[in-house]
Every structure is written in C-alpha cells, then in structure tokens.
Design a protein around this ligand. Structure first.
Ligand code: MRU
Length: 346
C-alpha cells in the first residue's frame, strides 16, 4: 500500500480519511485537488504533506503553462505556493518542500523547461524521503535497542508509512526494532479527535504483525504506570532551534507524564522538520481546526451542535522533556539551544 504515487502526470493519494475500512486512491490532476486533500487530511503527516505539495507544484506549473502567459509564470507559481503553504500551518515540511520547488523554478528557462525540472525535483524529494526514513529507522533502533532487551513502547498519532513516503519516522524505528526482535508491545494512543492512532497506527502495525494494543488517550498515564513502558516514541511537525517540538495534540501531555514517571520520550523526525529560523516553540504556529471535528466523528454527533469547542491540532513539547531526537543524520541527545544548531553545523 502506497501513501502516494505519481503516475503519468497524476498524483494518486491514498484517502486516509477512509482508512482502515476502505483503500481508495484520490486522483489529483490539479494543484487545487492536492490542496483540498491536504486540508481534509486525506494526505497527512508532515513528510507526506511535503511530498504531496511538491507534486502539487508540478500540477500548478503545468496549469500555468497552459495559460500561455510566460511573463507571469513565476509570479503565478509563487502565489499558488503561498496558497498551498497555508493549507497546514504547523507542519514545516510543507514549507520546506515548497521553498525547494520555488528555488528550482527560479533557476530559469521556459515555463515548459521549468515544469520538466520541477517534476524531476518532486520525484527527487519523494525518493529522498524513502531513504531518509530508512536511515532514521536504523539510528533509532541502534539507540533504543542498545540494551538488547525487548521493549514496551508507546506512540501517539501516526508517524508511520502513511505519514511519509517510506517506512515512517517513529514507526520506522519501531519497525526496525521489531525486525531485530526487540519489540514486546506497542501501545497506540487512539489520538482524538481524528483517531489517527486507532485508524492508521494500529492498522499499520497489525498489517506488519507487530504487537500492538490500542488505548484511548486518557488511558496513557495509567498504561505508562502499569504496563512497564520503556519509552515513548513519536514524530514531529516542526522542531525549533532549541529542540522544542510541535507534534499532534496530546504529545505535550505525554511528555509531562513521561517526566513524572521517568520514562524517556524520543522524537523521530527528518532534517526537513527542523525550523532553525525560530529560536523556540512559542514561535510555532498552531493549527486550529473545525469545531465539528470535536463535536462529532464521521457524522455521528458526540455533543450538541452549538457546544463551544477548542480544537488545536498540535501542541509543543518543551525540549527539556525530550530525551533525544532521532534524525537521518544521527541522534541529538538532550536537545537544546546549543546541541540542535551544533548538530546541523557538521
Ligand atoms: O494532523 P496530522 O495527522 O497530519 O498529524 C500528524 C502528526 O502529528 C505526526 O506525528 C507528525 O506529522 C509526524 S509524521 C511522520
């Protein structure tokens, strides 16, 4: 099962809103289709959003070519990238991919030549994500598995194959640990309100025969306390220069539990998830989503329609609560304002 596929100029996205019950691919022939898919979380997870956005730029460039106004080509493309960028404000991989695509567009040539170069670039970004996932999985498994003991782990949301173009970030590490015979059990938080843990993570792990137990989010503290959890491992949507990390809402709470119970919290994220332009997590924009996501699920009401709601999609975990960040370039132990920038200077 592929999260996304580029075939003969069309981007096919596995519609994650339908999982795990239906496996339907959405054909995207226009950049607006991709933007819509990103907004409704048909494609989601920071790295997968970045790859999808790169292909959206190719679709946009094609549309701009068809318009036949060469003099406005780059300006039109830039405006479209801005619109794509606004689809999910927290996941910086989206911005990262769009910046790379625009830089490639800026290298000059006719609109047709630029479009051809953009397609090559998007394919390269896609391939890169695959390689990055594998490297992260190995570094993470070396670090978490160094005692040689079988581990009980807890994860939140979905940082798996469905959130990337490869084996996943946090779930990539878990897959590699499992391959090495080092996973005893993975507890998966269901992840309210959109249930990425229940619908996607449990589904992915079961498909790979990795032992998984689904819990509701409010069971996490008790599970950590009573089930011998060795470590928590999650993904990230944006990491500031001091290591403060935005991830799916609920991660901050987990980090507080982890601190109280002396359980290490690991983040697995590629370099493209770091935003070294911001000094700390207070500068990370937190996406707030439609209130109906909290009042209901798949059309079934859980509260009165007029119930006031707060629906932040992400929270920020302070770097002090993070034991280490696993990247494709190695591990950042005890991330802070010194260790994170130093790591990227090498
Ligand atoms: O709202 P989502 O489903 O896009 O949120 C996804 C997460 O928070 C993931 O943990 C994060 O993007 C890392 S994915 C490898």
């Amino acid at each position: 099962m592929e999260t996304l596929r580029w075939e003969k100029g069309t981007l096919y996205l596995l519609d994650q809103t339908k999982l795990p019950f239906e496996e339907i691919y959405l054909p995207c022939r226009k950049w607006q289709d991709v933007r819509q898919a990103i907004s409704v979380l048909a494609v989601r997870g920071a790295p997968a959003i970045g790859v999808a956005a790169a292909y959206a730029v190719v679709l946009a460039a094609r549309a701009c070519c068809e318009k036949g106004q060469d003099d406005t080509f780059l300006a039109d493309l830039t405006a479209i990238c801005k619109a794509l960028d606004a689809a999910r404000p927290t996941a910086v991989n989206l911005h990262w991919a769009l910046t790379r695509m625009l830089a490639a567009a800026g290298e000059g040539g006719t609109p047709q030549a630029i479009t051809a170069r953009l397609e090559e670039k998007a394919i390269a970004i896609h391939q890169e994500d695959l390689a990055v996932n594998c490297a992260m999985a190995r570094f993470g498994a070396d670090e978490l598995g160094k005692s040689g003991k079988k581990l009980t782990l807890l994860t939140h949301c979905n940082a798996g194959a469905l959130a990337t173009a490869g084996v996943g970030t946090a779930l990539g590490v878990i897959r590699e640990l499992h391959r090495r015979g080092l996973v005893s059990m993975v507890y998966a938080d269901e992840t309210r309100p959109l249930l990425q843990g229940a619908r996607l993570t449990a589904f992915e792990l079961m498909a790979d025969h990795i032992p998984v137990t689904l819990i509701t989010d409010n069971m996490a503290a008790w599970t950590l306390k009573t089930k011998g959890v060795d470590a928590i491992i999650v993904g990230a949507d944006r990491i500031a220069a001091n290591g403060d990390t935005a991830n799916k809402i609920g991660t901050y709470g987990l980090s507080l539990m982890a601190r109280e119970l002396a359980i290490p919290l690991y983040i697995a994220a590629p370099a493209s998830t770091f935003d070294l332009s911001i000094t700390d997590g207070s500068q990370i924009p937190i996406e707030e989503r439609n209130h109906d996501e909290v009042r209901s699920f798949r059309g079934v009401a859980a509260a009165l329609p007029e119930t006031p709601v707060f629906n932040p999609a992400f929270d920020v975990t302070p770097h002090e609560n993070i034991r280490a960040i696993v990247t494709e370039k190695g591990i950042i132990h005890r991330p802070d304002a010194v260790s994170v920038p130093a790591f990227f200077q090498h």
